[in-house]
Write a protein that binds this ligand. Structure first.
Ligand code: AMP
Length: 566
């Protein structure tokens, strides 16, 4: 199947009506390329090996065919599908996705992960579930206790397989796969297909169909003259970050892409609430409504259009200077198509992508496929913004000095000049002009920038996970003390799991880990060390609360901290 083939609908992929209705209600307008490729093959019952990062729509790609199998009014208590994921964060996200896609089917889905009390999970499992989304360690735990049974499993999904292997879950995964019924469908999604992933594929997948967004190879130079930049921010900070960027960039006209209809409506509303002039454009609008929106942009009544891909298809906006991807596009092809709307006819355009930390990998895929660098930039600070606003005021004054007839104001300056010097008068006039532009009044806060540590350190390779106490941490890294060790049953993967689950850092960014009987030392990127310490406050590892802090500079943990807290 060709990912750039003519648009198809979810119904045309063969999905049942309840699912199609749920997707429409969520404002999904069409399948993403990875969904177009994977869903029909999964519905045929084939095993699938998917190379796709977060942001491609991979969750729906495996969740929808799994839900398709759900018998009406299923009352069996043992699950029919199990999804293995690397972190508790992903367990919760995938469960929520399965829940919302399967709403009309009444699906019972349960996330099961380390760190959550076991008895609560046991009670939920006893009540009966259709789909379990679990981290491998905890799944194995329940399997051993007999509280999770795999007799009726028809589908197993390994989501973010490379991450799970990075975290040391290889053995757990093998054990779980061996415990599953032989007659089953196996689906594996991974951002990279490293040899370790391949080993699992060869052992456990049966004649898999391979699907990927990576094969849309393009010739270099095909992309237009576009300044491409990206910012890494949390979902919650995206509206503020977009506002800040619009203020600093001051686009002539911008096209902002969202994934769904609901996002388009919400973002338009939020932007207009912040004083921007945006218009929503999505597939649910008729031609007349669309024409009206375009008219407002052309006449300058609006300077922002917030749109889905479907709605923006075929739009040609001459005055467009900026394209904003409010989320990372679902495929490199979509990215290239979107940014091609600026930088036409020799003019330089700007493409801005807002990515959540988890979507960073997708940015890299897009860079590789398009053979163009996307610069990760720091979100402008309040100081940057103030400087930019002053610059705009200055430019306005310059324009007025060059072009306007100012004689009518001479009398004001002359009458003041008896009392004040000309510089003071000019300063007061600039202040009033600046305030009148609305620039000075806005309350501004700093927006946290979550660019990953390896980007901040010039993209250096991750340091080896070697033994290392007493040695200085690697460049750009710092050591954290965790007050739990071997005697509490802590393994490297537990530490990596807790850290990646709670803080914006990936498994591969974590450096050397040393575990002693009573405590552990973990090397983490200096830039996120404090965030990790804060994020781990109150979190339990292996059922226990741990002291987490920076290692003392003399290299030795304090004597008090040697005691593992109860
Ligand atoms: P994923 O790559 O699975 O993490 O999905 C990325 C995001 O895209 C999620 O927020 C989904 O809700 C959203 N999404 C997935 N498929 C579609 C689609 N066909 N149309 C619009 N949004 C989608």
């Amino acid at each position: 199947m060709n990912p750039s083939a003519e648009a198809v609908s979810f119904a045309e992929l063969g999905l049942r009506a309840e699912l199609v209705a749920a997707l429409a209600a969520l404002g999904y307008e069409e399948p993403t390329p990875i969904q177009r490729e994977a869903i029909p093959r999964l519905l045929e019952g084939r095993d699938v090996l998917g190379q796709a990062a977060t942001g491609t729509g991979k969750t729906a790609a495996f969740a929808l065919p799994l839900l398709q199998r759900l018998p009406e009014g299923r009352s069996a208590t043992t699950p029919l599908g199990v999804v293995l994921v690397p972190t508790r964060e992903l367990a919760v996200q995938v469960s929520e996705a399965v829940h919302k896609y399967g709403r009309n089917l009444g699906v019972r889905v349960l996330p099961v992960y380390g760190g959550q009390p076991v008895p609560r999970q046991v009670r939920a499992l006893e009540r009966g579930v259709d789909v379990v989304v679990a981290t491998p360690g905890r799944a194995l735990d329940h399997l051993g206790r007999g509280t999770l049974r795999f007799d009726d499993i028809e589908v197993v999904v390994l989501d973010e397989a490379d991450e799970m292997l990075d975290m040391g879950f290889a053995e757990d995964i093998e054990t779980i796969l061996d415990a599953l019924p032989g007659e089953r469908q196996t689906v594996l999604f991974s951002a990279t297909l490293a040899p370790r992933v391949d080993k699992i594929v060869r052992r456990h997948l049966r004649d898999p169909v391979r699907v990927t967004t990576d094969n849309e190879r393009r010739e270099p130079g095909e992309a237009p003259a576009v300044r491409q930049q990206a910012y890494i921010v949390s979902r919650a900070n995206k509206p503020a970050a977009l506002g800040r960027l619009l203020d600093v960039e001051a686009p002539n006209a911008a096209l902002v892409f969202c994934r769904t209809r609901d996002e388009v409506d919400q973002l338009t509303e939020s932007l207009n609430g912040r004083g921007y002039r945006g218009e929503a454009l999505h597939g649910g609008m008729n031609q007349e409504q669309r024409d009206r929106v375009m008219g407002r942009l052309r006449s300058g009544t609006a300077d922002l259009i917030v749109a889905t891909d479907v709605a923006a298809r075929g739009l040609d906006i001459k005055q467009l200077t900026h394209v904003v991807n409010y989320d990372v596009p679902a495929s490199p092809d979509t990215y290239v198509h979107r940014i091609g709307r600026v930088g036409r006819a020799g003019r330089e355009g700007v493409a801005i992508t807002l990515a959540e930390p988890r979507e960073h990998r997708m940015l890299k895929t897009i860079e590789r496929v398009t053979k163009h660098k996307i610069a990760i930039e720091q979100i402008p600070t309040v100081a940057d913004l103030r400087a930019r606003r002053l610059e705009l005021t200055r430019a306005g004054l310059e324009e007025s000095l060059l072009g306007d007839d100012l004689d009518g104001f001479r009398v004001v300056v002359e009458s003041l000049s008896d009392q004040f010097d000309l510089m003071s008068i000019a300063l007061a006039a600039v202040k009033l002009a600046h305030e009148a532009s609305g620039a000075a009044s806005a309350e501004e806060e700093e927006i946290p920038d979550l660019a990953p540590a390896d980007e901040r350190y010039g993209g250096g390779a991750r340091p080896p996970r070697a033994q290392g106490r007493g040695r200085a941490p690697s460049a750009g890294m710092t050591r954290l003390f965790v007050g739990l060790g071997r005697s509490a049953g802590v393994r490297p993967q537990d530490l990596v799991g807790a850290i990646t689950g709670e803080a914006p850092v990936r498994g591969r960014e974590i450096g050397a880990i040393e575990i002693t009987d009573r405590f552990s030392l973990v090397e983490v990127p200096e830039a996120v060390a404090d965030q990790i310490v804060a994020a781990l406050r109150g979190v339990t590892i292996k059922g226990r609360r741990a002291t987490v802090r920076r290692e003392r500079s003399d290299g030795a943990p304090s004597p008090r901290a040697h005691r593992a807290p109860r």
